[in-house]
Design a protein around this ligand. Structure first.
Ligand SMILES: CC(C)(COP(=O)(O)OP(=O)(O)OC[C@H]1O[C@@H](n2cnc3c(N)ncnc32)[C@H](O)[C@@H]1OP(=O)(O)O)[C@@H](O)C(=O)NCCC(=O)NCCS
Length: 195
């Protein structure tokens, strides 16, 4: 499946309507809000945020977070299949003087009916390409639950390496889930020169 990467809000042409990857903006807030809720409801062990917490955020607040401007250190890459959101991956950059060399990935999710078609790989590749282009950004980390081996394999294949494990990082009902923390550095490892 091809992935047309675009920076604008121009609707996809017929030719590129199969899959479009782009950074979401404020106008995507409603679609993103619902898609994020779907991810939290369908994959409760994969994410730390609870659906009830997500519901407390309004569409207007979501739009403000997605609005792209120079002061916004975060973005969400979305994959659209025939104009409908099918996959997402979020990024934010630490703000402190001593931590702004680091970024963090959150909320990676592909709708069940679209899995196994390289959508997550393309969304993550686009996220890493953009992160790498940020001046002074040197590494990106993420956490992955032990219950999500597909995600872990994806991250490993993109160059992320495990640096630690947090036992009982998440408690869902009476079930505890460990999380592994992974990092990719742009100055070394298999990603070097690839993105
Ligand atoms: C993890 C997830 C995002 C992968 O999405 P996807 O679009 O199906 O993944 P892709 O087709 O791009 O596959 C990319 C790589 O992921 C890994 N992968 C994907 N599905 C896999 C599976 N069922 N089993 C093992 N590895 C798998 C493989 O390394 C694959 O590369 P390959 O095709 O070259 O072998 C998706 O399964 C998902 O949303 N899972 C639930 C939520 C989740 O776990 N999010 C991560 C939170 S940290």
């Amino acid at each position: 499946m091809c992935c047309a990467v675009t920076d604008t809000m121009t609707p996809p042409t017929k030719q590129e309507s199969a899959l479009e990857c782009r950074v979401l903006d404020a106008s995507d807030a409603e679609a993103y809000w619902h898609f994020r809720l779907e991810s939290l409801e369908r994959e409760p062990l994969a994410f730390t945020e609870a659906p009830s917490e997500h519901r407390q955020m309004t569409i207007a607040e979501t739009a403000e977070r997605l609005r792209q401007h120079p002061g916004n250190p975060s973005f969400v890459v979305g994959a659209f299949v025939n104009g409908k959101l099918a996959g997402i991956a979020g990024f934010y950059r630490q703000k402190g003087d001593k931590t702004r060399h680091k970024g963090h990935v959150f909320g990676v999710y592909v709708a069940a009916e679209h899995r196994g078609k390289s959508i997550a790989r393309q969304v993550m590749t686009e996220l890493l390409r953009r992160a790498r282009a940020l001046p002074g950004l040197e590494q990106v980390d993420l956490s992955v639950a032990e219950t999500q081996p597909a995600a872990r394999k994806l991250y490993e294949s993109l160059g992320f390496q495990v640096w630690g494990r947090e036992p009982r990082a998440v408690k869902v009902g009476d079930k505890y889930v460990d999380e592994e923390w992974m990092v990719v550095r742009f100055d070394q490892g298999p990603l070097r020169g690839r993105i």
